[in-house]
Design a protein around this ligand. Structure first.
Ligand SMILES: [Zn+2]
Ligand SMILES: [Zn+2]
Length: 308
């Protein structure tokens, strides 16, 4: 067996006085050390992949904190201010209805206003979904105009059961105030029965959507039978459908009037497409792209409100 020149040089190391076997081991060790230089694998360009978790967080992942309102917390009670806004919202809806009936009587048309009211009810569900998606995903408590609603909905995701303990005016006053400011001026200038029917129906469903939402968090045994019937027939958002909104990955079933748009929006990923448009145009990530965090997950130290 011939020995290459470089191998001959290795034999002239300081270990030359030792036996031949030791020298061979030294050569092998030297060669191994030389060829074991770490090479960083080329993994291609670094990409940030945002993937919502498809599995609910384990109890170990969700820190349990003893926060959250008590069922008898004063924050869940109605104040006279809440009742006043609810009264003004209801008055606004009654003005729509009264003017619609008067205009229909004058013009002797009834079918079109009724149809228009039905369209208002259907589109109110879509409106409730888009609005709910917006305040669930963007902004925070400091956002102008919507900060209070955003904060309330984030609190709702932590403690969904509180909505069933809120008193009626407490739950509806924020939307009643918006309806008063936006719909009352419209009522004053509108005289068309078809438009009045649409505006009254749409705004009425939006204002009461928080009550439909509260019912969707109640257990069947605590609801009036008529409400259960309306939920089961799809007239009002169902308890099971809305329960899925409160489960990971927290990006579906946003509609809370009848829920009829939920399937269409979720299966066609309409809102996810909107999130992509907003991200690429404005660089703003929706909250639902984050891994489950305290902002989204229900605290488990208090009774679950998921329906039975
Ligand atoms: Zn939500
Ligand atoms: Zn809810």
């Amino acid at each position: 067996m011939s020995i290459l020149p470089q191998q001959k040089n290795l034999f002239k190391s300081p270990y030359q006085h030792a036996n031949k076997n030791y020298q061979i081991i030294h050569i092998i060790r030297t060669q191994v050390r030389c060829t074991a230089t770490p090479v960083k694998p080329n993994l291609g360009p670094t990409r940030l992949v945002v993937k919502p978790s498809s599995t609910p967080p384990t109890p170990a992942q969700v820190p349990i904190t003893p926060k959250g309102p008590r069922p008898d917390d004063p924050a869940l009670k109605s104040t006279w201010g809440h009742r006043a806004w609810l009264a003004s919202g209801c008055t606004t809806l009654l003005v729509s209805l009264a003017k619609c009936v008067a205009a229909s009587t004058d013009s002797h048309i009834w079918a079109k206003p009724i149809l228009s009211g039905l369209v208002g009810y259907i589109l109110a569900d879509l409106g409730s979904g888009v609005y709910h998606w917006g305040i669930d995903n963007y902004g925070d408590a400091t956002t102008p105009l919507f900060g209070g609603q955003i904060d309330a909905f984030q609190g709702h995701h932590k403690w969904p059961w509180t909505i069933t303990k809120r008193q009626f005016a407490n739950n509806l006053h924020a939307l009643a105030r918006i309806i008063t400011f936006t719909v009352l001026p419209i009522n004053l200038v509108l005289n068309d029965p078809i438009l009045l029917a649409f505006v009254g129906s749409f705004s009425g469903c939006i204002m009461f959507s928080q009550q439909f939402h509260a019912w969707s968090h109640s257990t069947k045994s605590k609801l009036p039978p008529i409400v259960v019937t309306l939920q089961d027939s799809g007239v009002l958002v169902s308890r099971l459908e809305h329960a899925n909104h409160h489960r990971s990955p927290y990006n579906s079933n946003y509609c809370i009037v009848s829920g009829i748009w939920n399937k269409f929006l979720d299966e066609n990923k309409i809102l996810e497409a909107l999130e992509m448009v907003i991200f690429f145009q404005l660089g703003v990530r929706p909250r639902s792209w984050s891994e489950p965090s305290l902002e989204w997950t229900e605290e488990t130290s208090i009774p679950s409100s998921l329906p039975q």
